[in-house]
Design a protein around this ligand. Structure first.
Ligand SMILES: Nc1ncnc2c1ncn2[C@@H]1O[C@H](COP(=O)(O)OP(=O)(O)OP(=O)(O)O)[C@@H](O)[C@H]1O
Ligand SMILES: [Mg+2]
Length: 462
């Protein structure tokens, strides 16, 4: 038993109330009691009780009214109702309204103790879950995804549009660009946030096991299937399934996956019963899926089914103006976690990071920041503190290569692309000159007034 658990006993019959209170406090609980529903509501306002034990029939506010109020205000608390007559109807109503259990008078004290212990266990579990969910929600708030660049603003605006819907999403991007982070943020900010988020990495599970991992199996379906097993789809029911590295899925399973998505129902391996599903599907890949389709390794119909709304995450080298922001974000996070006073990067070190190509994208940047901070005792990180290849990147290439996109049949928004480059250059110049515009304008070989005008037009935070 958890010590000091708070229990509220509500009964208008004084002898009952006292007998129950005495029994529970002698068992070690902290007990308060109320003689009416009104008095109970007052106490509920002032204190939080893990378990509320209430008589059903009270003059005025009834036990069911109290139950409903508790479920609204403190859904983790458990309410046990005590009824005078064993009436099936009241019991059903009580359970429907969310009562943990109901007991009939005369009370059997041993049974009461058992029910209270179980109710406490449930309350504890629910509040832990609630706490964990709060934490998760905090962790995956949109503003925890860092990025000011145009490319990231487009990602955010798409995320805002789809977060409240159930649409199927395909997240594309190189390794370490934040695909899983975005998938979780969509789930934990959407309508399904209180329901499960179940991730499965299709590339990490041997092909012969993947089918039963996804769809479940029944006992005896194959050697080693010693018991029935729920698949990830069933576990994710009413929530979201995240199909990571979808491009690696074997062709024969793609067929089955397509059927599951179309029918919104699943059949376990070896079984013949269908289970209705209500699952939001978010998949992700760092492969060029269109190419995989062309090469015959991915079904075209499945590709269209998954690619209802694509979200393309830019590589870090395509949004260099976010590098400093991300580095500072990770410094703060890492120093906070390790209880260290936040450190800074010297402007040379920051510049070295801004020109390095980051093949491992944000994940690599996060690791580099962590390694650099951990291995250095100082408060300013210099180029020498960075891994050598990053330090050399600055010396080797003064000018970061700009990836110029090919113009295709779909066309390209040239003003937007050029604005992106201007924005990148202005950001770097301002970073290098600590925000001194005259110096930055010199470095960019433009007039200061032109720079100011561009900063305003491009809405750059200077
Ligand atoms: N925009 C961002 N802001 C803050 N942190 C980010 C951002 N993008 C990625 N990260 C962090 O970088 C790390 C890698 O991100 P994530 O695992 O989501 O990448 P991924 O695209 O799924 O990579 P992979 O393809 O290798 O699985 C995580 O720790 C994540 O929190
Ligand atoms: Mg991932």
């Amino acid at each position: 038993m958890k010590p000091y658990s708070q229990i509220l006993v509500i009964d208008d019959d004084p002898s009952n109330r006292e007998a129950i209170s005495l029994l529970l406090s002698s068992t070690g609980y902290q007990v308060q009691s109320a003689a009416s529903g009104e008095e109970a509501l007052d106490l509920l306002q002032q204190n939080s009780f893990e378990v509320i034990l209430t008589d059903l029939f009270l003059p005025g506010i009834s036990g069911i009214d109290i139950l409903k109020k508790v479920k609204e205000d403190a859904p983790s608390s458990s309410v046990i109702l005590i009824t005078g007559k064993a009436s099936a109807e009241t019991a059903v109503e009580a359970m429907k309204s969310g009562a943990f259990d109901y007991l009939t008078k005369p009370l059997h004290f041993e049974r009461l103790k058992v029910v209270i212990a179980k109710a406490l266990e449930k309350t504890q579990l629910l509040s832990e879950n609630f706490y964990l969910r709060q934490q998760l929600r905090g962790k995956y708030r949109f503003d925890k995804i860092i990025g000011n660049s145009l490319a990231m603003q487009q990602v955010f605006s798409r995320m805002e549009k789809i977060v409240g819907t159930d649409s199927t999403i395909l997240i594309l991007g190189d390794s370490g660009t934040g695909k899983e982070l975005v998938a979780k943020a969509i789930h934990f900010n959407g309508n399904r946030k209180d329901k499960p988020f179940v991730a499965i990495n299709c590339g990490a599970i041997p092909a012969e096991l993947l089918e039963s991992e996804l769809f479940g199996h029944i006992k005896g379906a194959f050697t080693g299937a010693i018991a029935d097993k729920k698949g990830k789809f069933e576990q994710a029911n009413h929530g979201t399934i995240f199909l990571d590295e979808i491009a690696t899925m074997p062709l024969h399973l793609q067929m089955k996956l397509l059927r599951v998505l179309q029918e919104q129902e699943v059949e376990k391996v070896g079984g013949n019963q269908t289970i209705k599903l209500d699952v939001r599907v978010i998949s992700a890949t760092n492969a060029n899926l269109e190419d995989t389709v062309k090469r015959g390794r991915f079904r075209e119909d499945l590709y269209y089914r998954l690619n209802v709304i694509p979200i393309k995450l830019p590589a870090l080298k395509e949004r260099r103006e976010d590098i400093a922001l991300l580095a500072r974000h990770f410094v703060q996070k890492i120093c906070q976690e390790s209880g260290r006073v936040p450190v800074t990067f010297s402007s040379e070190a920051m510049r070295a990071m801004e020109v390095y190509p980051w093949p491992g994208n944000v994940r690599e940047l996060e690791n580099v920041v962590e390694r650099t901070i951990t291995l250095s005792d100082g408060s300013i990180m210099e180029v020498a503190d960075l891994p050598t290849d990053i330090g050399q990147a600055d010396a080797g290439s003064q000018e970061p290569a700009i990836a110029c996109p090919k113009v295709t049949e779909q066309g390209i928004d040239m003003p937007q692309f050029v604005a992106g480059i201007e924005r990148d250059l202005i950001h770097s110049a301002l970073a290098l000159t600590n925000g001194v515009k005259a110096r930055a304008a010199d470095l960019l070989n433009i007039k200061r007034t032109t720079l100011v005008e561009k900063i305003k037009r491009l809405r750059i935070e200077a």
